[in-house]
Structures are given as C-alpha cells and as structure tokens.
Design a protein around this ligand. Structure first.
Ligand code: URA
Length: 239
C-alpha cells in the first residue's frame, strides 16, 4: 500500500502540494471512484486517473532538459554541480539519470529518465538512433571533412568511428554532425582529428526527439505522450 499523494508525486508530473490540490478539486479517481483524501492508502497496483487520464504510478518519468554549459551530466558529484541540481527536490528523488552524457561545456538536449530499457535502446549503436549536434569549429568545414566523416574516421588513438554525417552550414566553421554512437568526446575528437578544434557544441536531437526551442537553457519539461510514443516506436522499429 502507498499514499495516493505519494503515488501522484512519483510520476514527476506534480509536486506534493499540487497533488493535494488535485485531490481536493476532485480531479483524481482511484479505481474509478473520486478520491477524497490525499493521504488515502491505495494498492500499488490501483488504477489511478487524473482528469480521466489513467496513470500507473510505477510508470517511468521522462524529462527533456536544455542543458546549459557548466554542469556535469552525472547523477551526483562530490565537488561539482550536476544536471540533476536543476530539478526540484521531488524530482531529484526519483532516481533519474541522463541518457547519454554531454560534456560539461556542451549544451542542448538531454533526456533524463529512470527507464533503463529506453535509455539502452536510444544509446545502442545497433538501434540506429541518430544524434544531431550543432558544432562550431576553428577553421572551415569543407568537402574533405564531409567525406572523411562519411567514410568513418579513425581517431588519434586508433579508435574506429562508424560513418557519420557532416553538413557544413552557411556560416564558415559551423555545421551539423550526425552520429549513431556516443564515444567519449566523440564530436570533439573527430574534428580534432581533422585539425579543426570544436569551440562550441550543442545537441539538437536524439532520434525523433528534438530540443524544444522554447526551453531556456537550464529549463526542463516532461516529455509529451506523443514524444514518448515516438521514442518507443522508433527504437522498436529498428532492432
Ligand atoms: N561529442 C562530444 O565531443 N561532446 C559531447 O558532449 C557530445 C558529443
């Protein structure tokens, strides 16, 4: 058994105060009956709905974060701030982790979840989930760089990269990089290999999930049902 308000909070969609208000407003049902008390004890398997939309409180949480530079993509660190420090306490407690690391100085799309299965699907190179990065380098990106990326670069330490996309943009030195894998510092190392050090890096998308451009740096929001469905159907399609 667990408390109804706790079950609502654990979805990551509401704070405890909001959960109590939902119950007070008569918007929450348990097994089809309007719940009266936020501290009511319910079965862990009980069917809970808010405004008629059912939620399973064991459902995973998915948040889209616009990662700013200066934070670690980790769940905790003894000295430095991590992306989880951007979340309010009720979400920090859910055991969320970032799907694929971005370097401390990299910005952009970071998915935070407690769903290990989806994280694996998104990160496995076998699943062909493209990650697209906007990049700015010292120098100019040209056709020979595009070819080298398409052929599969060998990094300085001998690591072989899968064929990758590089699309130079109109502004010299800016481009879009598309990767299917996520080796350590991969974009930076690939471009360093071409003699064009990265000066700015931002992840724009992961598979069908695009960074919401209304999210300020440091802001986050839950994924919509459509985004979650898209991610799942994308990852099961291509195994
Ligand atoms: N490649 C990098 O070099 N850094 C990142 O943060 C992501 C991809």
């Amino acid at each position: 058994m667990e408390r109804l308000d706790k079950a609502l909070v654990s979805t990551g969609r509401w704070s405890r105060k909001e959960a109590r208000e939902l119950v007070k407003a008569g918007r929450v049902t348990v097994e089809g009956k309007v719940a009266r008390k936020a501290d009511e004890k319910i079965e862990k398997t009980a069917l809970v709905a808010v405004d008629g939309e059912s939620l399973t409180h064991s459902q995973p949480t998915y948040l889209m974060l616009h990662k700013p530079a200066g934070l670690l993509s980790a769940t905790e660190d003894a000295r430095q701030k991590t992306v989880l420090d951007l979340l309010p306490p009720h979400l920090k407690k859910l055991g969320l982790f970032p799907v694929g690391r971005l370097d401390k100085d990299t910005e952009g799309l970071l998915l935070l979840t407690d769903d290990g299965v989806l994280a694996h699907e998104l990160l496995s190179p076998r699943k062909h989930v493209d990650k697209v990065y906007f990049v700015r380098v010292e120098g100019v990106l040209d056709a020979s760089d595009v070819r080298a990326f398409a052929d599969g670069l060998i990094l300085e330490d001998g690591t072989a990269c899968m064929p990758a996309g590089l699309e130079p943009l109109e502004t010299p030195g800016e481009g879009l990089v598309t990767l299917r894998e996520g080796k350590f510092h991969q974009v930076k190392r690939m471009l360093a290999q071409r003699g064009k050090p990265v000066t700015y890096l931002k992840r724009l998308s992961m598979g069908p999930l695009e960074l919401d451009n209304t999210l300020e740096k440091g802001a986050w929001r839950p994924l919509t049902v459509e985004e979650i469905t898209m991610l799942w159907s994308n990852s099961t399609k291509k195994s």
